[in-house]
Design a protein around this ligand. Sequence first.
Ligand code: SF4
Length: 228
Amino acid sequence: MAEKTKASERIVLDIPADFTLEEFAELCRVKPESSAFEMLEDTLPLVKSFGDPKAVIRWADVDRIEGTLTTIEGITFDSKVVADKLQGLGRVFLSVVTAGDGLERSGEFDGDPFLDTYNGALLFHASRFVVRYMKDKFGFDGSSMLNPGSLPDWPISNNFALFEIIGNVDEIGVSLNEAGYIRPWNSGSHIHFAGDGYQNCSLCKKFNCIGRRAPFDRAEYERIFGKE
Ligand code: SF4
């Protein structure tokens, strides 16, 4: 049974970088037999010491869905995929998750060509922590996620509205640039909903993306967006 909190309650999470060397290698997509593995062993203490991932999450009520318009907490998004995926759901979790800028601030990684890889690992770790937290604390499976900007149907500019609903997101050290991209870059924003593990990758046509987490689902794409 999911624990109920007021819809307006925000939860700020300081996320420990408490992964093992093996987990760190997996997060960096480095195989144990690779020569890069030894380098990770040397770097791990610094990443654990200076890494500063954080998240802010918030329950939000889905007020109504009409056609392609979905209203959450009084703010309306125009997106086919958002309307489709949130159909029939009363409540969702919103989140902003960031690797933070602890590694940069430490000065220990100045000129390190793998800094982005380490920050990507911190973000991935933080995202998994957030999904686990929702499950453990509220019994909510938030592994189905919608992210502004990964599909043309729901562009990055929707971050402005999402941040407004969550409120005071700068508390975890993130902000939006003029276009709606999050700074620091290794950050992400999401609507988590009870579903079947949906990831935007399944509807994304960037077929050569090395970060793909789900295969392209043509039938589902045509069901939601129609045939081209
Ligand atoms: S395939 Fe790549 S670009 Fe497309 S949604 Fe997934 S991670 Fe983003």
